[in-house]
Design a protein around this ligand. Structure first.
Ligand code: DX5
Ligand code: ZN
Length: 219
């Protein structure tokens, strides 16, 4: 399989924050295609992670695209500030909103790409009305809230269904959670082309470059 048709995105949630600058710089040279920044508000998920100041710092340390994954109750509140910081992709949870169309319209006024994340137990019928106005769908293959959990293979049935709908590749299908060399092939075969990996890259004996290489080679 050619390795160019996939996007590998590093989730920094499990990185060593004692030396964030070094971590981001190493990841810049690891062969990843994007950074994935998990924003948690303590409401949509129990944990609190990080917000604008950290995003601004990361923006100053990389020229790679940055996806903000908003695990928050009110994603609309953060659209303007994240755009100003220079976030490239704004991915919000379908479960966080009664009326996603408003947020999608607000996002359209920025240059950010629009992503919808969907939890393992949410039906894909919830996102179908928005597929022609968004850029990517991010399937959670763990329950959102923390890194280092095990990949949930039951989500693959939904990935396959959505890939069938996406015959002309109008949007990108991604997976987030538990992705490493051992787990990447199955969602790839179902049609996913973007892969978020946290501990799979960061807690890997091969080092970041070796880890990304191994993950890429495993499809
Ligand atoms: C989970 C986050 C994921 C997570 C991925 O709430 O959205 O992005 O950090 O980490 P791993 O790859 O360790 O499952
Ligand atoms: Zn995430």
């Amino acid at each position: 399989m050619p390795d160019k048709d996939i996007i590998i995105s590093a989730s920094i949630l499990s990185s060593n924050f004692k030396n964030l600058e070094k971590e981001i710089k190493s990841l810049n040279f690891s062969g990843i295609d994007e950074f994935h920044i998990d924003i948690m508000d303590g409401h949509f998920v129990e944990n609190i992670s990080f917000g604008q100041p950290l995003l601004r710092t990361i923006r100053s340390l990389t020229s790679l695209p940055i996806e903000a994954h908003l695990m928050v109750n009110n994603p609309a509140n953060h659209i303007n500030s994240l755009f100003e910081i220079g976030v490239d992709i704004f991915t919000f949870h379908i479960e966080s909103l009664d009326n996603p169309k408003d947020v999608i319209e607000m996002l359209s006024k920025t240059k950010m790409k629009k992503g919808i994340a969907i939890n393992p137990d949410t039906e894909i019928s919830k996102i179908l009305p928005f597929l022609d106005i968004i850029d990517r769908v991010l399937f959670m293959t763990v329950y959102p809230g923390e890194g280092g959990q095990s990949y949930l293979s039951f989500v693959e049935e939904k990935i396959e269904k959505l890939a069938k709908i996406n015959k002309s590749n109008d949007f990108l299908i991604g997976v987030d959670g538990g992705i490493k060399s051992e787990t990447i092939k199955s969602p790839y075969d179902c049609g996913a082309r973007m892969f978020v990996s946290g501990t799979g890259i960061l807690n890997n004996d091969l080092g970041y470059l070796g880890a990304v290489n191994q993950i890429r080679k495993s499809i």
